[in-house]
Write a protein that binds this ligand. Structure first.
Ligand code: GTP
Ligand code: MG
Length: 149
């Protein structure tokens, strides 16, 4: 099944936006398979964002992501990766459409409240990186027949 790694970044946790952000994915109809509050160590942040290592903002990005607890989530569903990126909105919150999480709740790229995997491969990679075995639940919600034919 297709999976994506969604994370409420430290600013989202500090600003009390955890419930609001979880709610958007829950209401849409995706399946929550993993959820935890977590203080990210520096080496994990560096591994997660390794593709951005050469960018000038990389040290600040690592400092930001490790500055306080994050909320780690694994969500499942056909098309969930691209759909979650749409729900999240553009990287720069000033360019993000109203109605998206960043469009509604943030004003700067360096404090854009949430992360979402950019491909199904990275969804799998990131869930394996942030969750241990036993932290992911495979389950079928009672409302499943009312979400998909
Ligand atoms: P993620 O879902 O967090 O991966 O964001 P994204 O896929 O929309 O953007 P990208 O992967 O290109 O960048 C990862 C994160 O690095 C962004 O979400 C920002 O938090 C941060 N970032 C990207 N570009 C900049 C920048 O120019 N300045 C700063 N300060 N941070 C940046
Ligand atoms: Mg990204």
């Amino acid at each position: 099944p297709e999976e994506t790694y969604i994370m409420v970044k430290p600013d989202g946790v500090q600003r009390g936006l955890v419930g609001e952000i979880i709610s958007r994915f829950e209401k849409k109809g995706f399946l929550l398979k993993g959820l935890k509050l977590f203080q990210c160590p520096k080496d994990l942040a560096e591994e997660h964002y390794k593709d951005l290592k050469e960018r000038p903002f990389f040290p600040k990005l690592i400092e930001y992501i490790t500055s306080g607890p994050v909320v780690c989530m694994a969500w499942e569903g056909a098309g969930v990766v691209a759909s979650a990126r749409k729900l999240i909105g553009a990287t720069n919150p000033l360019q993000a459409e109203p109605g998206t999480i960043r469009g509604d709740l943030a004003v700067q790229t360096g404090r854009n409240v949430v992360h979402g995997s950019d491909s199904p491969e990275n969804g799998k990679r990131e869930i394996a990186l942030w969750f241990k075995e036993g932290e992911i639940c495979e389950w079928v919600p009672a409302q499943a027949p009312w979400l998909r034919e």
